[in-house]
Design a protein around this ligand. Structure first.
Ligand code: CAA
Length: 248
């Protein structure tokens, strides 16, 4: 059987890179989609995944622009084949309290983190339902469940992803397509390292496991949801946060 094509948006990021590795190991042909303008990071990514150079490929993709994203995905499918697995891991932060937040900071985060998910899903969902198979995993955040000081934009986008996930899960449930979200807590990524050290240490002190998460601890859950055998899990949100937020 030909390997399934998995697209990971934000694929060269902290979580994205590790998700690419896991999906490659589980037999997918993986496309890491990210901004082509990040040339230094792209080169570093290629070195980091060199052992999977046959199965992990970088493609330029801007999820923030609807027309551009649609065109990018059409090109990727023409070059590599139909996308069966979509992991939406592209995300940015523009942290500041609401009283200081500019319209630009609001729009940037909503456009990439939430509209980006619409743009990618809109482009691939018809193909998935027509072929009767698909796995969509949206990378949300614990801060979409709890809210976070300085993140009205980010928390709104990440909470919005849950609603999107549940709604789309219902629409495609009978067509062999599952849609789930994973909500990472604070992990060892550049996004978290950008938080001022004193604030970060306070956050770590409140994580019951007592440390930041490793990207691999997120990636294995994503890979699990992307497996063919996970067909009965849909519309779910899986928290992976070291006990930082527990819900029933
Ligand atoms: N709770 C309560 N008060 C807080 C606070 C908090 N968490 N953080 C700051 N404050 C207080 C400050 O002590 C300060 O008080 P005073 O006015 O009395 O001096 C005041 O609030 C600062 O308010 P400002 O409006 O000036 O805040 P700011 O616009 O400078 O923003 C911040 C501060 C940049 C948001 C900073 O608090 C911060 O970086 N917080 C962490 C945000 C965070 O956790 N981001 C997560 C990034 S990682 C990620 O997003 C990945 C993931 O999914 C987990």
């Amino acid at each position: 059987m030909k390997p399934r094509i998995a697209l990971v948006t934000g694929g060269i990021g902290g979580l994205g890179t590790e998700i690419c590795r896991y999906l490659a190991r589980s037999g997918h042909r993986v496309i890491a989609g990210d901004l082509g303008s990040r040339t230094d990071r792209v080169e570093q990514f290629r070195r980091e995944v060199a052992e999977h150079s046959d199965t992990i490929h970088f493609e330029s993709l801007n999820v923030a622009d609807h027309a551009g994203c649609t065109a990018d995905l059409a090109r990727i499918e023409a070059d590599h084949g139909p996308i069966s697995v979509l992991v939406n891991a592209a995300g940015i932060t523009r942290d500041t309290s609401l009283r200081k937040m500019s319209v630009q900071q609001w729009d940037d985060v909503i456009t990439v983190n939430l509209s980006g998910v619409f743009n990618t899903c809109r482009a691939v969902v018809d193909g998935m339902t027509e072929r009767g198979y698909g796995r969509i995993v949206n990378i949300s955040s614990v801060n979409g469940q709890t809210g976070q000081f300085g993140q009205t934009n980010y928390s709104a986008a990440k909470a919005g992803m849950h609603g999107f996930t549940m709604a789309l899960a219902r629409e495609v449930a009978r067509k062999g397509v599952t849609v789930n979200s994973v909500s990472p807590g604070y992990c060892e990524t550049a996004l978290v390292m950008a938080v001022p050290e004193t604030v970060r240490n306070q956050i770590i002190a409140n994580i019951p496991v007592g440390r930041l998460g490793k990207p691999s601890e997120i990636a294995r859950v994503v890979d699990f949801l992307c497996a063919e055998e996970s067909a009965f899990i849909t519309g779910a949100n899986i928290p992976v946060n070291g006990g930082y937020f527990m819900d029933f």
